[in-house]
Write a new protein. Sequence first.
Lengths: 153, 271
Amino acid sequence: MGVRSLAVGALGVVLGLAFSTNAIAAEKKMVNYVVKNGAIAKSLTGKPGNAANGRKLAINRKKGNCLACHKMPIPEQAFHGEMGPELIGVAGRLNEGQIRLRIVDPKFFNRDTIMPAFYKNTGFTRVLKKFKGKTMLSAAQIEDLVAYTMTLK
Amino acid sequence: MGDIMKKQIQGILIGAAVAVGLSGFAGVASAQDMIYKAGDRQSGYMYAAKETQAIQDDDLGNPAYIWVDEGEALWTKVDGKAGKSCATCHGAESAMLTDVGTRYPVYNAKLGKMQSLEQKINEERQEKMGAKPYKWESKQMLSLTVYMRNGSRGKPMNVSIDGPAAKFFEAGKKFFNQRRGQLDMACKHCHEDGAGMMIRANMLSEGQSNGFPTYRLKWQKPGSIHRRFRGCNKQVRAKPYGYGSDEYVNLELFVAWRGRGLSVETPAVRN
């Protein structure tokens, strides 16, 4: 699959200058990442995430809301969705970098997937104003989810 | 319970309903005449919980029949400068006897685009009755559209997508398949690819429109299909279009065609 270097931050500054100051502010925060062999090997924040916080994000309907579509080992939540694959044991099937890319931009693997990209802020159609130029999760929250997902052995 | 006994009980219920003067029944299909499956298409009724189905099945228990009654009253109520009601031109009972609920949106040559039932009602109110248009999601508009669509209950959805409607149908289809919002999802992702699957505690349906205006338990009242479109769009964090916008009327046409052959169920009950 080769190396895909996504200089999203730099591109964002260019677009931001052209269109609006809000866009600059939102885009500047984007962390550049490198996709290699179907994975983002490096942490977006440069450090490991907090698995306990990641578990909360997976439950939170306004954050990760992973439970909307995936069955997970979270027994205190009664209802788990069925749209996506079960995540029980996912850390035994995928490595950390592969999991990170699947959360950041799942359309890298499947163009037609329903799964949102949790770390993407451009290229959308008619985004509601309050979410415009924003990612669904911050880089730190992505790392928290990655850390939690890696506990699902 | 045997079929004969069921029918007897139903007969008693209908008799009782007529006796207490509830409208909504005459000439209208009963629950077992309904077509919930047509080809590969299934009404949202099939995806609803048993308890929700039961509320819809029982015309006396279905809370939306208050709107049917209200709509019937509006049908015969004189309004506007011309001193007319709907019934003046269409007859007191005609809304209960037509297939009007199966056919909309309809191409309107004068407008050069599709027209929804709500828009047709307001056109008639303004041009024929000299009355003010109803607001889209107003009690009056919902009552009248619920009443009129209820008059077609049991009849199969049958919109025309040929001739001048074709390009509007294509626009609606494109909308259905277009990703939108921060969640970057198209209608089809949930309602074609995902129909029958659970999203947490809710089962995704095909997004069929044959029961609209539908009484949603969440809303505690009937709502238009455009209200539902707006809700869905906002859920994927997309900017919704306006009530009666061309985009939604075209989408309504496409969605109605997807449900072709399914019985009109208005007022359906959903969660």
